[in-house]
Design a protein around this ligand. Structure first.
Ligand code: PEP
Ligand code: MG
Length: 588
């Protein structure tokens, strides 16, 4: 039966495919398709893992049988019996075989998929004791996974992301159909894993439109819906679903008529993409001849080719924290960071790269084991520059790596979340210190322009102080909105109040741009507002001449620029900002 689930639209486009339900704790498992010739060896890998764990548990049983009841209570032995029974259950291995041979999932993916299927069966059980065995099942699967990791085969190169149209689907109902991921929650680090994976779209139960998870989905340019509440409960493994990333809707088990309609929309979107791609080499000039800088936001050095492909004039925001995530406490050292920054710089082939120093905390934990649950308000806590200044050794390592990369191309260094003059001075003294350290070591480094992000109202209101110290500013509207309106950007329950067009937000943005203009210093917007085509003309009217966004948005924003007369937009934008309801005024 067809039904729909509503959430927040975060990444445009239509995806049609089969649902893969994913427990968030399993998100860091590799997902790739195997060659048919590898089916037997993949099944063998799971079997070996299972057998190794069975042996391990038998050994453990033997050890505890030698102990007295005090050291090894009876419950321990009973628990091992349960684990052994679950391991030998044919439903586990039989299901895994199905996912490997019929769907060509790699072994780890097949195991976690079957685990999710069985977990749901446990959830549905009436008996409390049996329901509680789900945790045991998860433990045994984790043991197998851990064993498999130790002897894992090298990960095959990921299959290219599949953008199949509905027509393709009707012609081809083989295993080679798109897959879409449905999860309760995904962290930004999980999303990074999926950058390399096979999924054609995502839906999550939680999350806000400008959460970092949503931002990464957008940067992957695949349809995504977040905040869809109980989506992961309503969809079953392997259901056919449509994700409408423009409307923020997921349609489950669509009828042929609905499929045909969305297939049509999908083809329209493809045509639009093709049309926009012709603008790649067109200079971004307004009708009145003003040059507009369109820059790319990237998360990894590997995103640089995509930025070049989209015709970006450089990187306006390299979110370096993604190099620090999912590493289970082992932060990247100076050499590793230097190589990553250098790769990004070289990838941009002489165009400038703005590297933002690490911005972790709040909804960007370093990894899933280090979510900040200890503090009541992580978004107001030890985040971004505050985290860096609290750990000078870590920060200096990053500063040296960025300075060294600057010897290989044009690098700007951008500091997130500054609010206080004392933080600015402390940061600048550490940058000087990092230079002195490199001098002492005789390590070459290059010049950098220094920029600050304007993300906190306090910063926007004291821009003059910032401009005394910095060469350029970059307005992080995602956080500026969050902190101006006191709306958690990752919380779907208040997402309706997260408003880029609130007059207070527009005023802070406009005044920051105006002060930079007066002082002749560059300013850009690198928050999601910059890539929103419905806001391009307004931002141009407020005086903005530099926009930094996901590469996927650049050509659509360029189209808006080419159609705009910037000089005539100024009074119009001023009137919108001064109105009581700018959203309504913008639509009028
Ligand atoms: C912002 O806050 O607008 C920004 C660009 O930074 P991030 O989204 O990474 O917090
Ligand atoms: Mg920010």
């Amino acid at each position: 039966m067809t039904f729909s689930v509503h959430g927040l639209a975060v990444a445009r486009g239509i995806a049609i495919g089969r649902a893969v339900l994913m427990a968030s704790s399993r998100a860091d498992v590799a997902h790739y398709f195997i060659e048919p010739a590898k089916i037997e060896s993949e099944i063998e890998r799971v079997r070996d893992g299972r057998n190794a764990v069975v042996d391990e548990l038998h050994r453990l049983q033997h050890t505890i049988s030698m102990m007295g009841p005090k050291e090894a209570p009876h419950e321990l032995s009973a628990l091992l019996d349960v684990h052994l029974m679950l391991l030998q259950d044919e439903e586990l291995i039989g299901g895994v075989k199905h996912w490997i041979s019929d769907r060509l999932y790699n072994a780890e993916w097949a195991l976690t998929t079957q685990l999710d299927v069985l977990s749901r069966q446990f959830d549905d059980m009436e008996d409390d004791y049996l329901r509680g065995r789900k945790a045991d099942l998860e433990q045994v699967a984790d043991r197998i996974l851990r064993y498999m990791k130790g002897v894992a085969l090298p990960v095959a190169p990921p299959a290219a992301s599949r953008r199949k149209t509905q027509q393709d689907l009707l012609l081809d109902d083989s295993i080679d159909v798109p897959l879409v991921m449905i999860a309760h929650d995904l962290s930004p680090a999980d999303m990074l894993q999926f950058k390399q994976s096979v999924f054609a779209g995502f839906v999550t139960d939680v999350g806000g439109r400008n959460s970092h998870t949503a931002i990464v989905a957008r940067s992957m340019d695949i349809p995504a819906v977040v905040g869809a509440r109980s989506a992961s409960q309503l969809v079953r493994q392997d259901d056919w679903v449509i994700i409408d990333g423009d409307a923020g809707v997921m349609i489950v088990d669509p009828s042929p008529i609905i499929l045909a309609e969305y297939g049509f929309k999908q083809r329209q979107a493809e045509l639009e993409r093709g049309r926009l791609s012709r603008l790649r080499h067109t200079p971004a000039l307004t009708l009145d001849g003003q040059k507009i800088e369109l820059l790319a936001n990237i998360e990894l050095p590997e995103d640089a080719p995509g930025a070049m492909e989209a015709g970006a004039a450089g990187v306006g925001l390299f979110r370096s924290e993604f190099l620090f995530m999912g590493r289970r406490g082992h932060l990247p050292n100076e050499e590793e960071q230097f190589q990553a920054y250098k790769r990004a710089v070289e990838g941009m082939q002489g165009l400038p790269v703005t590297i933002r120093t690490v911005d972790v905390g709040a909804d960007k934990p370093l990894d899933d084991t280090r979510r900040d649950e200890a503090h009541l308000n992580p978004a107001l806590g030890l985040r971004a520059i505050r985290w860096s200044l609290a750990d000078p050794a870590m920060f200096l390592t990053q500063l040296r790596a960025i300075l060294r990369a600057a010897a290989h191309g044009k690098v700007n260094m951008l500091i997130p979340m500054l609010a206080h003059g004392s933080e600015i001075r402390h940061t600048l003294s550490l940058i000087d210190f990092a230079r002195a350290e490199l001098d002492n070591r005789g390590t070459p480094y290059g010049p950098v322009s220094l920029g600050a992000m304007i993300e906190i109202p306090a910063a926007a209101l004291t821009v003059k102080i910032f401009l005394k110290y910095f060469d350029f500013l970059s307005i992080g509207t995602n956080d500026l909105i969050q902190y101006t309106l006191a709306i958690d950007r990752a919380d779907e329950s208040v997402a309706h109040l997260y408003d880029p067009l609130h007059p207070a937000v527009l005023r802070l943005v406009a005044e920051t741009i105006a002060e930079c203009d007066v002082q002749g210093k560059p300013v850009s917007v690198c928050g999601e507002m910059a890539g929103d085509t419905t806001l391009t003309r307004l931002l141009l009217g407020l005086g903005l001449r530099s926009f930094s966004m996901h590469p996927a948005q650049i050509l659509a924003v360029k189209q808006e620029v080419l159609r705009s007369d910037a000089s005539r937009l100024t009074p119009w934008a001023q009137a919108i900002m001064d109105s009581e309801d700018p959203a309504a005024a913008l639509e009028a």
